[in-house]
Write a protein that binds this ligand. Structure first.
Ligand code: PEP
Length: 254
């Protein structure tokens, strides 16, 4: 049985002080004894503040929004998996479409980052998804298949089980135009079939596949009820602690 996972991607939002306030409010309002896993992914400068504010309880886990594939060296501006690990990050988002759009992320760099993260036991949340033009040209399956094969194709069956894949159609991110649960589920099932074919049933049953793209407290239940949807990667709606708590509570329902 895969534990549900809700990840809040803060993107370029919140200073360390604002992050601390957010976590204090979150901790007060979160339901206790949860089964679903909750992750917040603040920008790098706020990671330490969030870690300190979260304390040792493990109630909410820490994630980063990106990383470089080398451990150390002359790579100005980058951060590495050992640095994230030392800061207490359990997860790292890799290959977000905004990294692909604005910062030249490619499937090849995604593959290197995934391997480096796994080597240091920071678990990758690998983002894939088609553009509107690709969907309209009926090329969703082709695009997502290529991204999955190139991004994680080199991983062993053992490593695959520790991965999270986030299906995020680009046209749904930050637009208020979410996919339907049926559209999301169809792509999730396609991804799981692909993993079964390449790495076998055990690996495919272990991988969690999240939907991302304009998820809100109003629509999250539909996604969580859809076959093969194991949780959500949430951008805009996770910036408000009350909305994040609401989604966390809805993730507890059967
Ligand atoms: C995201 O940042 O991954 C995302 C899905 O954003 P939003 O929820 O704002 O569409």
């Amino acid at each position: 049985m895969r534990a549900r996972l809700i990840v809040g991607n803060w993107k370029l939002n919140k200073t360390p002080s604002q992050a601390r306030t957010f976590i204090e409010r979150l901790k007060e309002a979160l339901p206790k004894n949860r089964r679903a896993e909750l992750v917040v992914a603040p920008p790098f400068p706020a990671l330490q503040a969030v870690r300190d504010a979260l304390g040792q309880s493990g109630d909410v886990l820490l994630g980063a929004q990106d990383m470089f594939w080398e451990d150390q060296g002359a790579f100005t501006g980058e951060v590495s998996a050992p640095m994230l690990k030392d800061l207490g990050c359990r997860y790292v988002i890799i290959g977000h479409s905004e990294r692909r759009q604005w910062f030249g992320e490619r499937d090849e760099s995604v593959a290197k980052k995934v391997k480096a993260a796994l080597r240091h036991e920071v678990f990758p949340i690998v983002c894939v998804g088609e553009s509107l033009a690709e969907r309209e040209a009926d090329r969703t399956e082709e695009t997502v298949t290529t991204q999955v094969e190139r991004g994680i194709g080199d991983c062993s069956a053992h490593a695959i089980q520790r991965l999270v894949i986030a299906y995020e159609p680009i046209w749904a991110i930050g637009t208020g135009r979410a996919a339907t649960p049926e559209q999301a589920s169809a792509v999730h099932q396609m991804i799981r079939r692909l993993i079964t074919k390449q790495w076998g049933n055990d690996a495919a049953q272990a991988v969690r596949i999240l939907y991302g793209g304009s998820v809100t407290p109003q629509n999250i239940t539909g996604f969580l009820a859809a076959p093969d949807v194991d949780g959500a990667l949430v951008g805009g709606a996770c910036l408000d602690p009350e909305a994040f708590v609401k989604m966390a509570a809805l993730a507890e329902a059967e």
